[in-house]
Design a binder for this molecule. Structure first.
Ligand code: P6P
Length: 351
């Protein structure tokens, strides 16, 4: 019998390709003596709910899951059926693990305390946007789930409080997103870099596919809804024009790419370099995106991958939250691009 000549590199490649999300989380847990394994359990819940949402999204065209659910969420936005489905699945999966004492969700007006014995006294809270960009579902454009994990600050033998959720982004113990696009991927950080896992639906496993993801310091893609241009701050207008000017030494004009789905735009920029921004505009002084379950997790990921996240003048992760669903302007992506837009805003602060 001819022995197959598997070189060490092939074997390593094969072994790397066969590293599942669960195995990777446990391996990382052993690298940090203080790790208790609780996060591994929470990621297990996120993994399970992500598979259920993947299944529903991938049959949305034929199942009665597409389109509005007829209700509105706290933001006054038309709830899509998938929003409701995903919210319920993530809540159920996280409650069942007995390590999370409560969650806050874009789809819930108030935080939800898990009161059954399994979860009472648990030490983590999770904030989540179950399906960000859900208005794109009906037109088959990529959407995503965004999550952010903190240790509670209230006494474990007492009730969960709003303060458990109103923590600055610097206190996050983990954050990530699941992008449901041409393939489904889970990308997360626990503060030791960013790693990406691609879902193989044929056997229901997330495989390590993007280890130690780094966002290029420079990029040439800018993502913004230019339909709001006339309402933008003068410095933001000047930055958009800067992106469009011809200057070969700085690889301009940049390319404009705007999917209308934060997770999809962010993911592309993470891989290729670029900046996504949703500034304040017109009667939205704080922009559209929510600090706690959209901007903070994306900011944590961006910084862990070597990028930056700002509200135009301050580091997103240092903003002190006062309300569960508060909004903030967001400029996130390649470090030097975020530096550039901040400089343009500062130079036109008084105009
Ligand atoms: P607009 C989706 O609703 C979302 O929160 C982000 O995912 C997306 O980037 C943005 O809003 C799109 O908003 O106003 O450009 O349609």
């Amino acid at each position: 019998m001819v022995k197959q000549d598997i070189t060490s590199s092939n074997t390593e490649l094969q072994l790397k390709n066969l590293t599942t999300l669960g195995e990777f989380v446990i391996r990382k847990q052993h690298e940090y003596p203080g790790a208790t394994g609780d996060l591994s359990q929470i990621f297990g819940a996120i993994r399970l709910a992500s598979k259920l949402v993947h299944r529903e999204i991938n049959k949305a065209g034929i199942a009665d899951i597409v389109g509005a659910a007829g209700a509105e969420n706290i933001q006054g936005e038309q709830q899509q059926k998938l929003d409701v489905y995903a919210n319920e699945k993530f809540k159920a999966a996280l409650a069942a693990r007995g390590l999370v004492c409560g969650i806050a969700s874009e789809e819930e007006e108030h935080f939800v305390e898990f009161t059954h014995d399994l979860s009472r006294g648990s030490k983590y809270v999770v904030l989540i946007d179950p399906v960000d960009g859900s208005s794109n579902i009906d037109v088959n454009v990529g959407v995503g789930t965004i999550f952010s994990i903190y240790k509670r600050v209230s006494p474990p033998d007492g009730p969960v409080t709003l303060d458990d959720f109103l923590q600055p982004g610097t206190e996050q113990v983990a954050a990530g997103y699941v992008i449901f696009g041409s393939s489904t991927m889970l990308v997360y950080t626990t503060g030791q870099g960013v790693n990406g896992f691609t879902f193989d639906p044929s056997i229901g496993v997330f495989y390590l596919s993007h280890e130690n993801m780094r966002i290029p310091e420079d990029g040439h893609i800018y993502s913004v809804n230019e339909g709001n241009y006339v309402h933008f701050h003068q410095g933001v207008k000047k930055y958009i024009k800067y992106c469009q000017e011809i200057d070969e030494s700085t690889n301009r004009p940049y390319t404009s790419r705007y999917i209308g789905s934060l997770v999809a735009d962010f993911h592309r920029n993470l891989l290729k370099g670029g900046i996504y921004f949703y500034p304040s505009y017109a009667n939205n002084p704080n922009g559209k995106l929510r600090l706690l379950y959209e901007c903070n997790p994306m900011a944590f990921l961006a910084e862990q991958a070597g990028g930056r996240a700002s509200n135009g003048s301050q580091r997103i992760l240092e903003l002190r939250p006062t309300e569960l669903h508060q909004r903030t302007p967001l400029f996130v992506g390649s470090k030097n691009m975020v530096d550039d837009v901040e400089q343009h805003i500062a130079e036109h602060a008084n105009s």
